[in-house]
Design a protein around this ligand. Sequence first.
Ligand code: C2E
Ligand code: CA
Ligand code: CA
Length: 696
Amino acid sequence: MNDLVLEIIFATVILTAVTLLIFSGMRFIRSPGNGLLAVWIGLGMLLLGGLLGIAESQVMLKTIPVFNNPATVDIIRDFVCYLGGSIMLGIGMIRRLVSASGTNHFEQLNETLAKTVRDLGSSQELLNSIVRSSISGVMILKAVRDSSSNVLDFECRLMNEEAENLLGHSSSTILHKNIMKYLPCIRNDGLLNEAICVIETGLPFREERQCTHQGKTRWYNIVGVKYGDGLVVSFVDVTERREYETQLQHAALHDTLTGLPNRVLFTDRLAQSIQRSRRNVEYKFAVLFLDLDRFKIINDSLGHEIGDQLLINISDQLRTNLREIDIASRTSEGHLPARLGGDEFVVLLDDIENFRDAITVAERLQREISSPHTIAGHEVITTASIGIVTSEGNYDRPEDIIRDADTAMYQAKKTGKARYVVFDERMHAEVVKRLNLEKELHYAVERKEFTLYYQPIVSIETGRLVGFESLLRWVHPEKGIIEPEEFIELTEELGIIVPIGRWAINEACQQLGRWIKKYPQHENLSFNINLSKQELMDPGLISLIKQAIRNAGISPKSIKVEITESTFIDNSIDLIPVLTKIQEMGIALAMDDFGTGYSSLSFLHTTSMDYLKIDRSFISNASNKRNYAAIIHTIIQLAHNMDMQVVAEGVETQDQLAMLQALDCNFAQGYLFDKPLEPEAAEKLLIDNYRYCAAA
Ligand code: C2E
Ligand code: CA
Ligand code: CA
């Protein structure tokens, strides 16, 4: 009984184990890689069954209590080892075979496809839905062939609403008919050949092309894909996007105000011209750089709207002139005007016959531009300064041509405006020199490389020294002493005259203070200080002068401020308030370089200048040109009538001095007495209490 119960329990355990083995075996071999492992396990189990059989026959197991019963051993051997092993081996081998042939994947794919088709209904229905839902125009076309199998046309089998809209024909008109006659633009554009090509090669066609349809030119993005003996064609109207792109491109390459090409486009064309001139020695071109004269004044006085309109007028003149020009460009590209910005224009004269043509065009443009422009009831007059560069210079970069044309234009401005100048190498050298000087000047300010020289001012009546004019010098570390003529203008342009001038004012006051203290007999000695327009506009000027005078312990009466006549040419800035403040401090004002061409007698009247300095050019010409003596005489009388004292500049000869004395001039300054002196040399005059010879 005990044995029977044991047998039943044992059999149950074995059966459960075998079932579990099968199930876990199935799970285990789901991964294809485990198939081989299952084969090995199966073989192992069969081997174990064999070993068990041998062990049983050798009565080895009988000593172990559980295996006393031979049925137990049989069950283990038969069920576990032989059956389990065979199952494992079988499953493993099937798994290997299945994964090797890939049947499983196909089955899976098939199943998915079948499911999809079931979900979506029939494929025809699917196709219809896709075509109808597309936002592009879609047509399914079938080739129409002749007896020799050549494609003649296409028949439309299916089309959507968007295709009807884009083609302007309803599907009832087009369906099952030859399509080409409904698409005139497409036939014209050779699309039939493209479609045939898609069928023959099986390669898709994709292109954006312009089609003229029902009198309108539109852009379509067209895609054609082979489908049986025909095509699926989809197309979208992209005209708006194309137009927008064209507009953007135009805006990027043109000036918004005048519509002329801008610097980018001009530079690009110029680069092409450079390339061409390299390939072809016969090919010549020239660039004109135009800048309007006095444009800023027009803009400031008449307003920006009139200024803008003037720029538009000038652009139109450039366009028309270049179109009509007698010196025709020999290429299709033609001459090109462009606006660089502000009142700066450039013109590319393309493929000209000789370089003289550039001058002819410049003269013609100048004539046109200088004729009066009537804008909003105003008669606006302007002129242009033009710089010319020709391809003779063998340039590599368009930027260099524009730069040199600009330099030549600048030269035209400098030499009197309303003219043209042709660029030459000397100008280039000057530009390079100027650029270097600019760099060095910035350093000079940082390193305080300036000093003051002093030129005596002498009383004509007594021959005594009454004061000095302080004159700036740049002590260059390599080039030595540099005179103001070479750098003052540049410091003004660079806007660094103010810090330099501040230093000069302080230095002059300090020097005068030291000398008056050291030589009390010269307590009435005075210094003339030059102030340029920018310095006068410096809001800190008045307090700076006050401070400098106070620090030096001198009287404001011992300082005189010289302002050149040219400062007042452009009367856009009112200098009277600052000049009045200077005078209120007790400082005298002198009108410098009087008579240099901008005589503002009216200004002499409105400001109460204390001194008038007659320019050196009058004095030097006085002896050889009779009129000049008469002019000097008039100036002196005029000045005296207005309560001004007169200083003659640039007195170099005894004769000049005699003449000035005869004309009742008060003071003189010039090489006859002394050149501007270093402080030590000037001081020597004070020590010696030097007296210059008065005129005979
Ligand atoms: P400026 O105020 O007319 O100075 C007189 C110039 O004439 C000086 O030139 C002087 O050396 C020169 N000169 C004087 N007598 C004679 C003469 O008999 N014959 C000849 N040929 N020349 C004579 P400089 O020192 O070269 O100064 C040139 C200009 O630079 C000055 O003209 C003045 O406008 C400006 N400048 C000089 N120093 C300063 C300064 O500290 N600040 C400002 N803002 N300008 C200055
Ligand atoms: Ca001066
Ligand atoms: Ca002067």
